[in-house]
Ligand binder design. Structure first.
Ligand code: NAG
Ligand code: NAG
Ligand code: CU
Length: 189
């Protein structure tokens, strides 16, 4: 019984953290102030390496469209710089791309030679799992004090009878609410 409640509360916390991660969608300007270019050979691998991307984050590619574009490609095409069969093509010079799924997202410039000299970036998004204990310190600090009590007691009272079915119904309701809240917050962005 007690362990059901503990597992339930843990899942609630995980769901809330997942919601916070979603609602905290970030905008990343690829290359920062340098943008998407080959001038001075920016290293986009280095640019991406210090960052933790999440689903919902937005990649902003800013470039001169006369000289560059953005192609989303497979890992193989990324590695070999093949631009012939992209899954998506962006060419406005002012492209915001929302990352909708976990995993690797490979982008290259399709102009001849550009990918080969480094105009390519691999954006890796981790799965929607619980943050590691070390990194969960930051989100928990941002939980408003009012938010914790309002969620936890209702969850634990809902879980008190502690049958498996009630547990999963309570959890799916909570997860749905968190997801809907996130969606509303995201739509407001
Ligand atoms: C780019 O940066 C990555 C990671 O910091 C490094 O491994 C790689 O050698 C660099 N590439 C070039 C061409 O300098
Ligand atoms: C770039 O796109 C954003 C919206 O996606 C828009 O607000 C902005 O004005 C655009 N900037 C340029 C220079 O076109
Ligand atoms: Cu280019």
């Amino acid at each position: 019984m007690a362990s059901f409640v503990k597992v339930g509360l843990l899942l609630v916390v995980v769901a809330v953290f997942a919601g916070l991660n979603l609602s905290a969608a970030k905008l990343y300007t690829v290359g920062d102030s340098i943008g998407w270019t080959i001038l001075n050979n920016p290293n986009y691998t280095a640019w991406a390496s210090g960052k933790t991307f999440h689903e919902g984050d937005i990649l902003y590619f800013k470039y001169n469209k006369q000289f560059h574009n953005v192609l989303e490609v497979t890992k193989e095409d990324y590695n070999s710089c093949k631009s012939g069969s992209p899954s998506a093509t962006y060419s406005t010079g002012n492209d915001s791309i929302t990352i909708k799924t976990a995993g690797h997202h490979y982008f290259i410039c399709g102009f001849p030679g550009h990918c080969q000299i480094g105009q390519k970036v691999d954006i890796f998004v981790g799965g929607g799992k619980a943050p590691a204990p070390a990194s969960s310190a930051a989100p928990s600090a941002s939980l408003s004090p009012a938010f914790i009590p309002s969620t936890a007691p209702s969850a634990s009272s809902a879980l008190a009878p502690s049958s498996g079915a009630q547990l999963s119904v309570a959890l799916s309701t909570i997860i749905e609410v968190v997801t809907m809240t996130s969606a509303i917050v995201l739509m407001g962005l």
